[in-house]
Design a protein around this ligand. Structure first.
Ligand code: BDP
Length: 334
């Protein structure tokens, strides 16, 4: 029903009356201008703040192109899990996706700098980086790999959770099998804490926890709640080990088919959707926290993060020179 409405609304019906010269004959010419329909892949469900951010982006593009460009958002991993989707974006089979920088860094390793543990002093520091010169440079740097970076969304801080025991200090993680994103850096992070890292797509984590293939995972409040992972892993430790920015990327192949003016509209629309997503995120963090607390999750506060930060030194030392240089620039941002 909705789809049909979109299709109908997208058709611009141009009606012109032509009068044949010297006669009273009237002819009506109906010309159909079909909108260009592009697809955006999203992992999260439709009611998730990030998906709503994607939808805001799509709405702005539609509005600003007078319905000539329609971006259809496919939520809940309908088009595949993030790593596979990124590959498809690279080949032009999917036009856009919103993903975590974590799997993207396997394609463009310098992005690892953005997901280093305890890198940002605060959410504000992270946003100053993303919206400042570094963020702009990074979006632009994706082009040789077949992507056009167009915007960022709020990722929240990630925390460990597991089904076995409360974790107060890194030593408590020893031997636990912890799911990580498909990212070498995240594997290193978990290993540096003494746990066993198990890379796995997001969509498989719930059953992994349920069947005991893994003991735990790590994520922000909204993801821990929306996936129902809290039902099968009730110990949630607020160690806030990392903030991994969310990014919207377009396929270079898809974007090149558009006029420069339309490309600009798309880039601007993605940037203009950011405040909306950030606002929804703030609200959802609170409701997610309330929901998992009410469901009986055991929430462990960490007042002194120093022992966690100490463990991460090895990971910093391991980074190649270009990543180290970028990390330093990020740390210098006010
Ligand atoms: C969520 C991100 C999503 C990732 C997921 C994960 O929003 O993009 O796929 O974490 O852990 O926070 O895989």
């Amino acid at each position: 029903m909705k789809k049909w409405f979109l299709i109908l609304a997208g058709f611009a019906l141009v009606t012109s009356m032509t009068f044949a010269s010297g006669s009273q004959d009237q002819k009506t010419v109906v010309q159909e201008v079909k909108p260009l329909v592009l697809r955006l892949a999203e992992t999260h469900p439709a009611d998730y703040p990030t998906t709503k951010g994607d939808m805001k982006f799509a709405e702005l593009v539609k509005e600003r192109t007078n319905g000539r460009i329609i971006i259809e958002v496919y939520p809940s991993s309908q088009l595949g899990q993030e790593k596979a989707v990124i590959e498809q974006v690279q080949f032009g089979a999917i036009d856009f996706t919103r993903v975590s920088v974590s799997p993207l860094a396997s394609f463009v390793p310098v992005f690892n700098a953005l997901q280093m543990p305890y890198l940002y002093r605060s959410e504000e520091h992270m946003w100053n980086v993303l919206l400042g010169p570094i963020g702009k440079e990074l979006l632009a740097s994706l082009e040789p790999s077949g992507f056009i970076g167009i915007g960022w969304f709020e990722p929240g801080a990630r925390n460990f959770y597991n089904s076995k025991r409360p974790v107060y200090k890194p030593e408590d993680l020893a031997g636990l099998k912890i799911r990580v994103q498909e990212s070498e850096l995240m594997v290193g992070l978990v290993q540096a804490l003494g746990a066993v890292a198990t890379p796995m797509p997001y969509g498989e984590v719930y059953s992994g926890l349920q069947t005991g293939v893994i003991d735990g995972a790590e994520n922000n409040w909204p993801s821990y709640e929306s996936t129902s992972h809290y039902e099968v892993a009730k110990y949630y430790t607020l160690d806030e080990h990392t903030r991994v920015p969310e990014i919207i990327i377009a396929s270079k192949i898809s974007m090149q088919k558009l006029s420069k003016a339309d490309q600009e509209i798309i880039k601007q629309a993605a940037l203009d959707a950011i405040p909306y997503q950030r606002q929804l995120w703030k609200e959802r963090e609170k409701t997610s926290e309330a929901k998992v607390r009410a469901a009986g999750s055991v929430i462990i506060e960490i007042t002194d993060k120093t022992p966690w930060q100490q463990r991460m030194k090895v990971l910093y030392a391991k980074q190649p020179e270009n990543v180290q240089a970028l990390i330093k620039r990020i740390q210098e941002v006010k």
